[in-house]
Design a binder for this molecule. Structure first.
Ligand SMILES: *Cc1c(COP(=O)(O)O)cnc(C)c1O
Length: 453
């Protein structure tokens, strides 16, 4: 049996800039609109929510955006992350495919989220902000921002989706360990939370609701800003350190991916691993394929409508054009909490419309099965979200076996599952079921899409 291989880089190989794919796209993504006027918004409209440096990145057309030295200094704690050739998994699958994975679970939060939490906290600090307010689904983003806040001396307040708050009590303890406050959402702290509770006292919450609560709190105080852990251009940008490092590691491996696979909740870890390779393709490089895997119970890219919609349930955010299930849609409480978002990153939606990305949806049971098969071969237990990418990669490898061809597969292992033992417990006890979304509920939510001329 040949062992799996690890490709490592030196600290000086941490990228010096983030890669902005907008510079290489044949057409720019549609503008963000003001919900009142439905006219394109300007930087001033976003100023109450985000620091100016972040807003500039959100609208930037520059290909390379320099990573500030203090951010690289913190990245050094866990970056560059390893790239592995999963030889033992290949053997278990008896496939001619070459399977590689980039492992983001080595970060202090256990996921890719600190890649953007660190720069966001840094820019807020630079602009004198005292408190950052955010939401979290599975708890990964709240954990990452809690650590970033502790590093840069900023208070962090996290609205955590109720179903995850109940499923993962240790996540709250983790965030509190770094001094962050954690509130179950919907809460009675905000008007948007109270409105939901009045109608649905037992609401399991959703990312859309938690975003409303966090934005509402953030705009109330001058010394507070809001931070988002996915979806927006600047978040996708920060995550490109993943793919840039992987690109160099493939040089060490003397290989190049034929297909790149990632899971998609809001789209940031997928964009992070995929965009540097897609950029090469757009500039005339190899015709790599890109597979975005989402949960069948929240099928944004495969079943959603590409339309202007709000990012949150209470309609406090600007309008963005994205694949959406409707901002009032509350996905069922399945166990990959980080993938329970009604929309998709506008930039990723735009690129998917141009047919560079193949979206695919899987049910949760088959993903857990794939995750355990991966764990038994490679020794890392993936986060339930990451299991979607694992399943996507395994299916690609099995297709190679069927066709008798050896293709090179890269997937992003975006986080470990050490906080997700309850999900694995439920899976092993046979308590986990495949959940279907309610067609009628999505139809209702889509009927409520804002009209944009
Ligand atoms: C947050 C999270 C996701 C989903 O967010 P993306 O922006 O789609 O990456 C997926 N996996 C893990 C481990 C996460 O923490």
């Amino acid at each position: 049996m040949s062992d799996s291989i690890k490709y490592t880089l030196d600290e000086q190989d941490i990228p010096k800039s983030w890669y902005n794919i907008v510079a290489d796209l044949p057409s720019p993504p549609p503008p963000v609109l003001h919900p009142g006027t439905t006219q394109p918004i300007g930087p001033d409209d976003l100023a109450p929510i985000f620091p100016m440096a972040v807003i500039e990145q959100e609208v930037s057309q520059e290909r390379e955006i320099e990573i500030p030295e203090p951010v690289r200094d913190v990245y050094r704690q866990w970056r560059p992350t390893p790239l592995y050739r999963a030889r033992r998994l290949e053997q278990a699958l008896d496939t001619p495919a070459r399977i590689y994975y980039k492992y983001e679970g080595v970060s202090p939060a256990g996921s890719h989220k600190p890649n953007t939490a660190i720069p966001q906290a840094f820019y807020n600090k630079q602009e004198g902000i005292k408190r950052i307010i955010t939401e979290t689904g599975a708890g990964q983003w709240g954990s990452a921002l809690a650590i970033a806040g502790a590093f840069f001396g900023i208070d962090v307040e996290v609205f955590m989706v109720r179903v995850s708050f109940d499923q993962k009590p240790y996540r709250r303890t983790f965030m509190q360990s770094f001094g962050a406050q954690c509130i179950a959402s919907p809460s009675d702290l905000t008007a948007s939370g109270r409105a939901i509770l009045e109608e649905h006292p037992d609401s399991t919450g959703s990312l859309g609701i938690a975003i409303s609560e966090a934005v509402e709190r953030a705009v109330q105080r001058d010394d507070s800003k809001y931070a988002l852990g996915s979806v927006l251009n600047h978040v996708l940008l920060h995550q490109t350190v993943i793919g840039q490092e992987a690109r160099r590691q493939f040089d060490l491996a003397d290989d190049y991916p034929d297909v790149v696979v990632g899971c998609t909740g809001g789209g940031s870890n997928f964009a992070g691993v995929a965009f540097p390779f897609l950029g090469e393709r757009l500039r005339g490089g190899p015709a790599t394929e890109f597979v975005a895997v989402e949960p069948a119970a929240c099928p944004t890219l495969t079943k959603g409508k590409y339309a202007y919609d709000f990012g949150d349930t209470a309609h406090l955010t600007p309008l963005v054009k994205m694949h959406t299930l409707g901002s009032t849609y509350v996905p069922p409480g399945f166990h990959a909490g980080g993938l329970r978002y009604h929309g998709m990153a506008p930039l990723l939606s735009h690129i998917t419309e141009q047919e560079y990305i193949k979206p695919r949806a899987y049910q949760q049971l088959t993903c857990f099965e794939a995750g355990l098969q991966f764990a038994q071969a490679e020794g890392i237990l993936p986060a339930p979200e990451a299991n979607h990418a694992v399943k996507g990669a395994i299916d690609e490898a099995l297709k190679c076996k069927e066709e008798g061809v050896s293709r090179c597969i890269l997937f992003n292992l975006c986080g470990h599952g050490h906080f997700d033992m309850q999900a694995y417990r439920d899976y092993m006890d046979g308590k986990l079921t495949d959940q279907v979304y309610e067609e009628s509920e999505i139809a209702m939510a889509l009927a409520g899409l804002p009209s944009v001329a």
